[in-house]
Ligand binder design. Structure first.
Ligand SMILES: [Zn+2]
Length: 490
């Protein structure tokens, strides 16, 4: 049995799919005007874990995700500029070029984080006709009104508006979305925005109401229901979508079709930095490419995320990230040792671990407890080395840390003083002893630094480390060995 916390009912519920063979999931995708930061990516990792847990429980998953390439304004309500149009102007590119570039980068990022691709990926701009059709239905049913800047949804017409809200949203949201002065009610939202009269937008379409573009909340209703039907099983997203975006998706679907669009609503919590939120406007974002520049594998970031339950806030720091990387390396080393053991039948005791694992992760995706159990299992003297490796590979079907792929022959490096570490295109940590990959000057400096360390000249050792860093290499001491990593640029 699987249990999930459902934001709609505010409690943990047994998961009962609509169709026993296949579970339908919709997850809100990226707005492709800039790089995704690790806070955004935490949500996609949580959703990937959800899919893996469903699959381990024997379900097929049909996963639909959107690419928001139009209509997401700089504020989540209805004021400000379209993020894509603004981004394109800043980069002196067309909106279409910007959207394509950041879509490609996003897909590369999720690949390096070992996040599985959605079954169906849809661009908002490919469903404009369907979005207009939905707005027409809402208009026919009397839920819309027109003001100078667009067509709006009248939230007062829907008795159950705000069904996802908790007490906090109920009190705070009153009067919150007030930037558009002509709106009848503060919570009313745009379905179709007119192009500004004094400037030509790069992306705009004809509609029965005038030239313009769809509001952000409409696209997700169209793309989910077109591909999954109504209702479907699970709708996911970041916790910041509860108060406005998902609330307004539900409102449109209920008004148009008289049904709740999805049975379960699941939301991933924020990732914070010490100072608070990570966001582009605060200038403190960290991207996958920033991780690679620090010699950190995106899979180490994934491991870091696994240590905190998806409904808990996660505070991100360089220290926790480095710690995650060394812990992951230890796990790979351990797996590499165990992988050499001779195959043998799996005992009841090992099967018991497998069953416990399934019940832990099926309890609202309790990955932190499952990880703790994995480390206990590795210390258990009552199961064999082969069984431990077998269990690691089983658990990794959910963790997604590429344990099997990361197995390497540790003995091969035992007598080397310098080891080269690389992060591959798949996000894997790879080991090499091929010094041809490293400029001779760097090797000389490493040797010089080793000498200064033997002489306990820490100042000199630090100076050399900095020079090496300036030349694009990171140096780390591991017991008697030195690890050399190239700062990767993508
Ligand atoms: Zn959405």
């Amino acid at each position: 049995m699987i249990y999930f916390y459902n934001t709609l009912t505010k409690k943990e519920e047994e998961f009962k799919p609509i169709n026993n063979d296949e579970v339908g999931i919709y997850t809100c995708g990226p707005t492709v005007y800039w790089f995704a930061h690790v806070g955004n990516l935490r949500t996609y990792i949580f959703e990937d874990i959800l899919k893996r847990v469903l699959m381990l429980n024997g379900y097929k998953v049909k996963h639909v995700m959107n690419i928001t390439d139009v209509g997401h304004l700089t504020s989540d309500s209805d004021s400000g500029e379209d993020k894509l149009e603004k981004g394109a102007r800043a980069e002196k590119k067309t909106v279409w070029e910007v959207a394509q570039f950041y879509t490609n980068r996003f897909l590369k990022d999720i690949k390096m984080l070992n996040i599985g691709d959605p079954t169906i990926l849809v661009k908002a701009t490919d469903t404009i006709k369907e979005q207009i059709d939905l707005i027409k239905i809402l208009e026919e049913k009397g839920y819309t009104y027109i003001i100078s800047d667009g067509v709006y949804f009248d939230t007062s017409k829907l008795e159950k508006y705000g069904r996802l809200w908790g007490d906090k949203e109920k009190t705070e949201l009153r009067g919150r979305i007030e930037e558009v002065k002509e709106k009848k009610h503060p919570t009313d939202f745009a379905l179709w925005k007119f192009s500004p009269k004094d400037e030509k937008r790069q992306m705009e379409w004809e509609s029965p109401w005038g030239i313009g573009f769809p509001g952000w909340h409409t696209e997700c209703v169209v793309m989910s229901l077109e591909n999954l039907g109504i209702p479907f099983d699970i709708h996911c997203g970041g916790i910041d979508h509860v108060s406005i975006h998902h609330t307004n998706e539900i409102a449109q679907a209920e008004a148009a079709y008289g049904k709740m669009m999805s049975n379960y609503w699941m939301h991933g919590e924020f990732l914070n930095v010490k100072e608070g939120k990570m966001s582009k406007s605060l200038g403190n974002i960290i991207t996958v490419s920033n991780l690679l520049e620090k010699g950190i594998s995106p899979l180490a970031y994934r491991y870091l995320c696994l240590n905190t339950h998806y409904r808990q806030k996660l505070t991100f720091s360089d220290e926790s990230l480095s710690f995650a990387q060394t812990t992951l390396e230890k796990l790979y080393e351990k797996a590499s040792e165990l992988a050499k053991e001779t195959e043998m039948p799996i005992s009841e005791k090992a099967k018991d671990y497998e069953n416990r694992f399934l019940s832990i992760i099926s309890n609202d995706l309790d990955v932190p407890v499952a990880l703790a159990m994995m480390w206990d299992m590795l210390k258990d003297k009552n199961i064999s080395g082969y069984e431990k490796y077998y269990l690691l590979v089983q658990f990794d079907k959910v963790f997604g840390l590429k344990i099997k792929e990361a197995v390497f022959d540790k003995d091969e490096f035992a007598s080397d003083r310098i080891i080269i570490q690389k992060i591959t295109e798949e996000g894997l940590i790879a080991w090499s002893r091929d010094m041809n990959d490293v400029p001779a000057g760097i090797i000389d400096m490493v040797e010089k630094r080793n000498l200064s360390r033997e002489n306990k000249d820490w100042q000199e050792s630090d100076n050399i480390r900095n020079v090496i860093s300036e030349q694009g290499w990171i140096i780390e001491d591991r017991n008697e060995q030195v690890l050399l990593k190239k700062k990767v640029q993508i």
